[in-house]
Design a protein around this ligand. Structure first.
Ligand code: AMP
Length: 390
């Protein structure tokens, strides 16, 4: 794979596709990890005396009112603080104003262009990889660097579109992600997979692939209940993914020695953070109860498996971590992994969000910045953002 170091970008205009899709509330950036992760590539381009044009999406744009909520301007201010350097902002995604800003750039100047998905308002030009749009953006620079791992599994105008038109490579962030994920191709053994989250159906492809490589797959979160239902347990009002029942039955039949299911849960009667909860074995569930976190016996069971591992892949939280009460054992297992130095890859999305708020994100071997992209990589699918660079 061609990386930024393979291109002679000295003194050139370089377009970098970043992933600045950060959570913003009341105009404040709540978690700037993604912005901070882009600095290495930006700083490299500064050292090379480049004119730097940054592109990113933020949120989704479906109607006019989405524009204001997904304005990238606050990101330019934040980035400017992190770099200790002025970052210019283009309010528009194309046109005379943007072009003249670029024409007037000096070496080492940085421009952040407005949210690429503003182009989705009409005809979804960005998300559908409109040919003219990709060509136009490409015309603004000499080289293109894709450093947005979170969208690498998508063919959009701001990644595939541009890369189809000018010499391109991946940036340091994407390179790091690929290096970490490649350790899963021939994993160190014992290799243990920890799966949580809500729906089995979203993860069928991944389970089918991983069950061949993993020594054990530990299943928690809401998705555990579909497996438990497939084993004829009463699961009460817990999450059930009916359409995946047959899949679960088959996996359990063919890999009974590999799949480890919870034996108990934190249960309650209503889906909220207020009600009291109790610890209950799965065999004692009643029809009005729902399990919202794995139980304490399961935590110990999982830890006993994890301590044997030489590599762990963890995708999805083990409980409803958005409620303080039901994130307890996700946090406990994160702590266990960190304290015992167990080489672990967190596969993006909610588990990385949980690790970030609990303060463990920077203490694990690798926390991926791309949930969907990581899953598609693990399924063995081709990632369009990389294919075009290859
Ligand atoms: P996913 O996007 O499939 O990784 O799912 C993440 C979601 O799973 C989070 O929003 C969690 O709240 C949810 N989740 C985890 N455990 C449970 C559970 N026991 N019951 C319902 N939802 C859960």
């Amino acid at each position: 794979m061609k990386t930024i170091k393979d291109l002679n970008i000295d003194n050139k205009k370089v377009i970098i596709r970043c992933d600045f899709n950060v959570p913003i509330k009341d105009n404040k950036i709540i978690d700037d990890t993604r912005i901070a992760s882009a600095l290495e590539t930006i700083n490299y381009c500064l050292k090379r005396n480049c004119k730097i044009i940054l592109l990113s999406h933020l949120g989704r744009i479906k109607e006019e009112k989405d524009l204001e909520n997904n304005d990238l301007y606050p990101i330019s201010i934040h980035l400017s603080k992190l770099l200790n350097k002025k970052v210019m902002f283009s309010k528009t995604t194309r046109g005379k104003e943007l072009e003249s800003m670029i024409d007037n750039m000096n070496n080492k100047d940085i421009i952040l262009v407005q949210n690429t998905r503003y182009e989705d308002l009409f005809d979804k030009k960005e998300s559908k990889n409109d040919f003219e749009l990709g060509k136009y953006w490409a015309s603004l620079g000499d080289f293109f660097i894709n450093d947005a791992f979170g969208t690498i599994h998508r063919a959009h105008a701001s990644n595939v579109g541009i890369a189809s038109n000018i010499p391109s490579a991946i940036g340091f962030l994407v390179e790091k992600e690929l290096n970490a994920l490649s350790s899963l191709n021939v994993p160190d053994k014992p290799f243990i997979v920890l799966l949580g989250g809500s729906k089995v159906s979203d993860k069928i492809g991944v389970i089918e692939k991983l069950v061949l490589k993993a020594d054990k797959i530990l299943i928690g979160g809401g998705m555990a209940f579909t497996f438990l239902k497939a084993k004829n347990f009463e699961i009460g009002k817990s999450l059930l993914d009916e359409e995946s029942l047959d899949f679960c039955k088959n996996i359990l039949k063919n890999y009974s020695d590999k799949i480890i299911l919870p034996v108990d849960f934190a249960v309650t009667n209503d889906f909220n953070n207020e009600e009291d909860y109790r610890q209950k074995d799965i065999k004692d569930f009643s029809i009005n109860e729902m399990g919202l976190d794995i139980g304490n016996k399961t935590k110990t069971l999982f830890e006993n498996h994890l301590k044997e591992a030489n590599l762990v892949l963890w995708n999805g939280p083990l409980g409803v971590y958005e409620f303080d009460k039901y994130r307890k054992n996700t946090d406990e297992i994160l702590k266990f992994i960190v304290n015992n130095n167990i080489k672990t890859i967190l596969g993006g999305g909610d588990i990385v969000a949980a690790a970030t708020t609990a303060g463990y994100k920077d203490k694990v071997f690798h926390a991926s910045t791309g949930g969907g992209a990581t899953l598609e990589y693990l399924e063995g699918k081709k990632l369009p953002g990389l294919e075009v660079i290859k």
